[in-house]
Design a protein around this ligand. Structure first.
Ligand code: VGL
Ligand code: ZN
Length: 249
């Protein structure tokens, strides 16, 4: 099957299974992906990147991701298995360029053109120091070694934990991980189709073997973004796995 056809059939399978059923589903329902059935034991060269589990992305938040709170239990369990855990925190200035409210007449979820390319415009979210920018108090992650903030440059967004949306400005994370001898990145959190996917794609570009843990992530799915993210991740060699590959069945 071609990669595209495969991505489409998987997407259909995901849609049929539905979010809740997918969590419970056996890894075998995902078909050929061997990584789904392999038990992974994280070691010192592995890092777990917990992406943007912040109040604004959770139910009741200004940019709530549907069922976003369902990532918290698997993330808490997964983090205990990793020798290295890092969190990211979306951390915008007031009137950030990614906010629809910063553009005359614009509405959330519209796309505009900025100097660095297309930018989806969002409701105001994750403003530095706000309650919405704080991590969920349901997270149990005392072992986190580094919190990397992103999106703090007024006129550049940053979905990725590695490189800002201008595709040039680096956050320093690749250098940090390389100095720490990290070889594999495991990525989960919010949102699958934006910050999780962009982080995973840049982790691959930086040379890390990269896994997205699907059932510990949830997507926004604006303008076909979920399908595009899955296509892009598959094409880049990002492996998609379930948390059971690490936690056991
Ligand atoms: C995110 C949209 C805007 C994310 C952040 O964490 O996926 N999405 N800012
Ligand atoms: Zn943001």
């Amino acid at each position: 099957m071609s990669q595209d056809a495969d991505a489409v059939s998987r997407r259909e399978a995901l849609m049929i299974a539905g979010g809740a059923a997918l969590v419970a589903a056996s890894p075998f329902t995902l078909g050929k992906a061997m990584a789904d059935t392999t038990t992974i034991t994280p070691d010192a060269q592995d890092v777990f990147l917990v992406i943007d589990v912040q109040n604004d992305f959770l139910p009741g938040g200004s940019l709530a991701v549907k069922n976003g709170d369902q990532v918290i239990a698997p993330i808490n369990a997964l983090a205990k298995k990793f020798p290295n855990v890092i969190q990211t925190q979306d951390w915008h200035t007031k009137a950030h360029v990614s906010f629809a409210s910063s553009h005359d007449g614009a509405k959330p979820f519209e796309v505009t053109k900025l100097s660095y390319g297309d930018q989806v415009l969002w409701p105001d979210h994750c403003i530095q120091g706000s309650k919405g920018a704080a991590f969920s108090d349901q997270l149990d992650l005392p072992m986190v070694q580094l919190v990397i903030r992103k999106g703090y440059h007024q006129s550049v967004d940053s979905y990725s934990a590695f490189v800002e949306a201008d595709k040039v400005t680096k956050t320093g994370l690749a250098g940090y991980l390389t100095e720490r001898g990290i070889k594999r990145c495991f990525v989960a959190g919010l949102a699958t189709d934006f910050c999780v996917a962009w982080t995973a794609l840049d982790a691959r570009k930086a040379g890390f073997e990269t896994y997205v843990i699907e059932d510990a992530s949830r997507g926004i799915d604006a303008l076909g973004s979920m399908a595009a993210a899955i296509r892009n991740m598959d094409a880049a060699g990002v492996k998609r796995i379930q948390s059971s590959a690490i936690l056991g069945a």
